[in-house]
Design a protein around this ligand. Structure first.
Ligand SMILES: [Zn+2]
Length: 316
């Protein structure tokens, strides 16, 4: 009996390690299987099913500052670019360098510039040049004269003081922006007159008659009449038929089509993030808040600050 009991106890002790080993092997196999099942679709899905890839691009259910597929984070200057808003509320930040060209040193024809002090930002010059050449070619009129374009801080101060001295402070406040707050600081704006070379007289550019062509066709060249009569309550500036501003082609075209001034247009763009861009004239246009700029990983695009709170990216 003693021997039997002994053998029974002995068998009981041998069974336990075997069972533990069996369980460990089964558990390892199970874990391996689970891992294989979980990992397999991750490798296969993007490569083999394009619909799954598209779904990732078009419906990123990500947090606001997550970067969607095809885009990368970037750095930018919100105070620079063709769409910056410069006004009494949003003064210009003078950069170290702006690429300015002297208008009369370019090979211009079909229009004039007052003198060699008339300078324009390089890209804006090209747009205005094309616009004024086209106007002359279409109408035969060659008396459009750029009376003023880029202005330094000191030059704007002189313009403001001269206007106040001549017409009073109230008039100056309505028509001339404070030094540091003028679009003319950017080199993206021009003032026009009509200049009669035979008499040497200058006339206001009212945009009446055939000259209306410049206002009507400006947007095709990226140019808008910046201060319209019906937008005075928004811009804070009375109608200026002679003051034109370069903003870029798709933007000017959209603004003209929907009768939006720059303030309204930049407001509208804030509702078009990278995941839902504004589609116009074959372009995709989207807004990025400051510090959250994302740009396409490849291909053409331009970035402009809005001089307020973010960036506008344009993909042609
Ligand atoms: Zn002006």
């Amino acid at each position: 009996m003693a021997a039997v009991r002994k053998r029974k106890r002995y068998r009981g002790r041998r069974l336990r390690p075997q069972f533990i080993l069996f369980c460990a092997v089964m558990l390892a196999l199970l874990c391996g299987l689970v891992l294989l099942v979980r990992r397999a679709p991750v490798f296969r899905r993007p490569a083999e099913t394009p619909s799954a890839t598209r779904e990732i691009v078009e419906t990123p259910e990500a947090k606001e500052n997550d970067v969607p597929a095809g885009f990368v984070p970037a750095e930018g200057d919100i105070h620079a670019g063709s769409l910056i808003l410069v006004s009494n509320e949003h003064p210009y930040t003078f950069p170290a360098e702006v690429e300015l060209v002297t208008t009369l040193e370019q090979n211009i024809s079909g229009y004039m510039a007052r003198d060699y002090s008339v300078k324009q930002e390089k890209t804006a010059f090209a747009a205005f040049d094309a616009l004024f050449r086209a106007f002359a070619a279409t109408t035969g009129r060659q008396d459009v004269n750029i009376s003023s374009a880029y202005r330094s801080y000191d030059e704007q101060q002189e313009v403001y003081a001269a206007s106040a001295a001549e017409n009073g402070e109230a008039h100056a406040a309505s028509y001339v922006t404070q030094p540091g707050c003028s679009e003319h600081h950017t080199g993206l704006a021009v003032d026009l007159t009509r200049y009669d070379v035979r008499t040497g007289h200058s006339y206001d550019f009212t945009g009446e008659g055939e000259y209306g062509w410049i206002h009507t066709h400006g947007p095709e060249y990226g140019v808008v009449m910046r201060y319209a009569a019906d937008k005075e309550s928004i811009t804070g500036i009375a109608e200026e038929t002679w003051h034109l501003r370069y903003v870029g082609v798709p933007h000017a075209a959209y603004m003209a089509e929907h009768n939006l001034c720059l303030e309204e247009y930049l407001d509208l763009l804030r509702s078009y993030p990278v995941t839902n861009p504004l589609r116009c004239n074959g372009c995709h246009i989207y807004f990025c808040p400051e510090g959250q700029l994302v740009v396409p990983e490849s291909g053409d695009y331009t970035v402009s600050g809005n001089n307020v709170d973010g960036f506008v990216v344009t993909i042609p």
